[in-house]
Design a protein around this ligand. Sequence first.
Ligand code: SF4
Length: 344
Amino acid sequence: MNTPFLANATPLQDPSEAPSWQQQLANVIDSPQVLLEILELPSQLLAAAQQGHHDFKLRVPRAFVNRIEKGNIRDPLLRQIWPFAQEQEPAPKDFVFDPLGEANSNQNAGIVHKYQNRVLLIVNGSCAVHCRYCFRRHFPYGDNQLTRQQWVETLKYVEQRPEINEVILSGGDPLSSSDARLFDLINAIEAIDHVKRLRIHSRLPIVIPERITHELVTRLQQSRLQTIMVVHANHANEIDASVGNALLKLHQAGITVLNQSVLLKGINDNAQSLIDLSERLFEFKTLPYYLHLLDKVVGAHHYDVTEQTAIELINEIQITLPGFLVPKLVREIDGQPSKTLISI
Ligand code: SF4
């Protein structure tokens, strides 16, 4: 097998030079004014951003900001995290506060059980980055902050249901938790015999790649559970050398690494962006898994791309990409037992 990573990628940064993930998490930018100054954005963007920030806080790690082009209000990474004025426009009628109906599937605090064989555990409510299109931007995370003792009770739910063979750690971002908390939880899941797989949904390997520490990788590698890491990148520019390094570490530890992305207007709604993303991911042994149509959440309508356009884009990228680099186009529909695959 050839090594496109070594041939094409920019040299890896020495991880010892970067601040620890905990330092980076403590030092995220959470002020529109500060971000505006760092990125040399036009000052007229500030008032609307302050308003959007009031509804759903701006929050972004500096490592991610470093990948944004200064002064470019069309930068595809900036558009994911900056509260633009459109958030304040009245939402179309089909945009709602809980587009996936998670409040109904969330009868037990900390658990979302929508699919028969798998459950999603809300490990914590915090994310390193706030993505403006997030379908959980109005989710009551405060009601799902559990103590360790509550976790024990919550996991009884899984224990009592032998049909559950996969546990998904989600959030917020599960990797925002300390190793101690995360490893306790993994220990408890491993103790449930009928659980075979552990899936971790996290944006941290992309926004603070230093989160993929030796300790974390070793713990996952030692698990009796088959482990899958599902990362979330929407544009090739998100994947710099340090992100590539983190993805490769996971792959080399035998962890299956998949990416899911969201089709976002003005960010990746053109064939070349989607092709570049798939190619860049696979340079680092990560497979493009899902391309989601936007979940219609209030405040995000300006990111919406029609289903017809999405189908045309998939048809277009199929001409260039091998099948395994074409993500599945899906939509989540409230009440459906699984994601709905959009036929091309
Ligand atoms: S990291 Fe995921 S859960 Fe957190 S804001 Fe972004 S899309 Fe939402």
